[in-house]
Design a protein around this ligand. Structure first.
Ligand code: NAD
Length: 254
């Protein structure tokens, strides 16, 4: 079956919650062997339990994706445990507080860039090193609709996600003849802990949109709906896709 992930070794960052957790559970049910990575040890281990309920094979490695030693460590654990990395799903990310551009502290800007852009860079770099040696692999990055167009009062987040699209395209052309593909997904609004924090964050800011983010479908996506896209990309069914910046946003950007 083209959607089978049987035997594929897949690393997932941000696996303790939201899109990462839903992707872990779905991909385990399709036969993948998983390396679950999160900063949060408790929620990461909860995902490990959920995966085991699917009779999935997995390990959890605690790591901060913005720390190169931590990234090297989980990549090494993946290879030691399963012998290869077929798919690296670089998904961990954080939202910034809503604030005017000219009031954005450099420390706030740097924190967002550290996790959302540097974290993706490091995850890609060390997975690509393994994949280059193997002669095959697929990197899937979580970007956002803010990789394509700006969101009001979210300059740092918007810049970080535009950067993720840039890294995706740059690596895609570099590795296209090496059997390695690189793609990015762009969710709109997804019902996760990230968006759960948004109403309070808006209240604490001066920015009062009528609706955030725009929900043309009248609802957020469930994380499981994004997991379906990730599982498809991770499968051999996506074999002709590389360098794609793929929207799954319920029409948000229309
Ligand atoms: P979430 O908060 O539910 O999950 C994110 C996970 O990443 C958490 O488990 C958290 O502990 C982990 N994490 C955060 N910083 C980390 C770090 N430095 N190192 C390791 N792990 C870290 O959020 P989510 O909505 O599932 O977000 C996943 C990705 O999707 C993010 O990159 C986010 O920017 C992106 N995204 C989300 C939405 C949305 O509406 N929820 C929309 C577009 C893009």
């Amino acid at each position: 079956k083209s959607d089978s992930l049987a035997g594929k070794v897949i690393t997932i960052t941000g696996a303790g919650s939201g899109i990462g957790r839903a992707s872990a559970v779905l991909m385990a049910s399709r036969g993948a062997k998983l390396v679950l990575v999160d900063f949060n040890e408790a929620t990461g281990n909860e995902t490990l339990e959920l995966v085991k309920e699917q009779e999935g094979e997995a390990i959890f490695v605690q790591a901060d994706v913005s720390n190169e030693e931590h990234v090297q460590n989980y990549i090494q654990k993946a290879v030691e445990t399963f012998g290869k990395i077929d798919v690296a799903f670089n998904n961990a990310g954080i939202i910034q507080k809503f604030q005017p551009f000219h009031e954005t502290a450099l420390s706030d800007f740097s924190r967002i860039i550290d996790v959302n852009l540097k974290g993706i860079f490091l995850g890609m770099k060390h997975a690509l090193k393994v994949m280059d040696q193997q002669g095959h692999g697929h990197v899937i990055n979580t970007a956002s609709t803010t990789a394509i167009r700006a969101e009001h009062s979210l300059a740092a987040y918007t810049a970080s996600k535009h950067g993720v699209a840039g890294l995706t395209k740059a690596a895609a052309i570099e590795y296209v003849r090496k059997g390695i593909r690189v793609n990015a997904i762009c969710p709109g609004g997804v019902a996760t802990s990230l968006t759960a924090a948004v109403p309070q964050m808006l209240q604490d800011s001066d920015y009062m949109p009528e609706e955030f983010p725009n929900m043309r479908m009248g609802r957020y996506a469930e994380p499981e709906e994004l997991a379906e896209l990730v599982a498809f990309l991770a499968s051999d069914g996506s074999s002709y896709m590389t360098g794609s910046i793929i929207l799954a946003d319920g029409g948000l950007t229309l």
